[in-house]
Design a binder for this molecule. Structure first.
Ligand SMILES: Cc1cc2nc3c(=O)[nH]c(=O)nc-3n(C[C@H](O)[C@H](O)[C@H](O)COP(=O)(O)OP(=O)(O)OC[C@H]3O[C@@H](n4cnc5c(N)ncnc54)[C@H](O)[C@@H]3O)c2cc1C
Length: 384
């Protein structure tokens, strides 16, 4: 099916992302896996290739494009490896709107030009050991102190956490459950410690780390937006993050599907290619249908987002459904590879391990279904 929401410039951009992934990511993947992070040189190359400023206005070093460019990038980076989509996507699709929309001219000038070149790698710290799905339970505090703030607490599972030069941190600034504010915390601030990358089951290329704050003094300019509005700011920006995740999920599944189509035509059993068994045809027909149908919904959501009217419920649907499709499709691809599908040197084995987290992070499938279920009028019974 022709995906008609992209224009020529999106297609050219897709080609340049593909060229970038071949040159900078796939070529250096083993190094990224060993060091549990994407090299700084790859970030700088991404900046040079115009990937990191894709959504920023031109005066801040960006290309001023619409979110279709981000979606193309998420999809193409995920084809090269899901960790690439998640690491760069946190920067371009998740953090960028906070730094663009909740900042004054001085803050933007301080961070965004280097954001676009890859000199300033960013992360966002919401999750804590005791607060994941239940974000409002977070315990990190920021206390007013003179002109500024003093930050105490910690975060976990933070993508780009070990290497980030700037982290947006959600911290409690008042008594109510959602009395949360957002702060931009710069690397090297005294009392701010970035842990080493955590060992994960998949996505070894991604830097996922714990962060620790001990009496970190923040200047007044570290505050993003208004005091106490952090929870609302995060909720408002989740649909874009979920849409970006959907494109990464589906790009990732499509890549495994393409690899498997080649594999089943080469691999022989009982004197014939395994792809000629009816079961293989059916499994691949189902996988191909699932990916195409999910892309159609994601594309529709993307068009809505570009028009400024993406329904958060649709974003939740796109996020959990694409994660489900991705995991089912890649699991089927592993099966069709037989034992080779379980060997780390095969892309499909790596994809299988990489994909599992998409049903958990950025709002688990259960949380997405809660959001959707409540929109159907199915809330909790009122407590007496
Ligand atoms: C690799 C990786 C990268 C990540 N990157 C980031 C990042 O950059 N920044 C960041 O802030 N966070 C990040 N996270 C954190 C991620 O968003 C959380 O792990 C996720 O939100 C789930 O929180 P939790 O791990 O505390 O699980 P929990 O909230 O403890 O959930 C445990 C289980 O209970 C279920 N559950 C919870 N509440 C409900 C409910 N109301 N109804 C039904 N089921 C429920 C969940 O769905 C899940 O199955 C990352 C996580 C991983 C693994």
């Amino acid at each position: 099916m022709i995906r008609d929401l992209f224009e020529d410039e999106h297609d050219w951009f897709r080609e340049s992302v593909r060229e970038f992934t071949r040159r900078e990511l796939i070529a250096n993947r083993e190094e990224h896996r060993r060091q549990h992070s994407i090299s700084r040189s790859a970030w700088l190359a991404a900046g040079q290739a115009g990937l990191l400023g894709v959504a920023l206005p031109e005066e801040l070093g960006g290309a001023g494009g619409d979110f279709r460019f981000n979606a193309v990038m998420a999809e193409e980076l995920a084809r090269a490896g899901l960790a690439y989509a998640s690491s760069f996507g946190i920067h371009t699709d998740v953090v960028a709107p906070y730094l663009l929309e909740l900042t004054d001219a001085g803050q933007r000038e301080r961070w965004l030009p280097r954001f676009a070149t890859g000199e300033l790698i960013t992360a966002i710290g919401m999750t804590e050991p005791e607060a994941g799905s239940d974000l409002a339970a977070l315990r990190t505090t920021a206390k007013a102190d003179g002109d500024g703030w003093v930050l105490n607490g910690g975060k976990t599972f933070i993508t780009n956490g070990a290497g980030a030069d700037l982290v947006i941190v959600a911290a409690r600034t008042g008594e109510g459950r959602t009395a949360i504010s957002l702060f931009a915390v710069e690397k090297g601030s005294p009392g701010f410690v970035q842990g080493a990358p955590l060992d994960k089951v998949g996505q070894p290329e991604a830097d996922t780390a714990e962060l620790f704050f001990e009496d970190v003094r923040l200047p007044a300019e570290a505050l993003l937006g208004e005091v106490g509005k952090g929870f609302a700011y995060m909720m408002e920006r989740l649909p874009q993050e979920r849409l970006s995740a959907a494109f990464a999920n589906l790009g990732h599944a499509a890549a495994s599907l393409a690899d498997t189509l080649v594999y089943v035509q080469e691999r022989r059993a009982f004197g014939r290619p395994v792809g000629t068994f009816q079961n293989s045809r059916f499994v691949l027909a189902e996988a191909s249908t699932a990916v195409d149908v999910a892309f159609a919904f994601a594309d529709r959501c993307l068009a809505e987002h570009v028009a400024g009217r993406l329904d958060p419920i649709d974003a939740a649907k796109a996020k959990w459904w694409s994660a489900e499709v991705q995991n089912q499709v890649i699991d089927a691809c592993v099966q069709l590879h037989g034992g080779y599908g379980y060997m780390d040197e095969y892309g499909v084995a790596r994809a299988w391990a990489d994909a599992r987290v998409t049903k958990i992070w950025a709002g688990s499938n259960e949380i997405m279904k809660e959001v959707i279920g409540r929109s159907l009028g199915l809330g909790e019974p009122r407590q007496r």
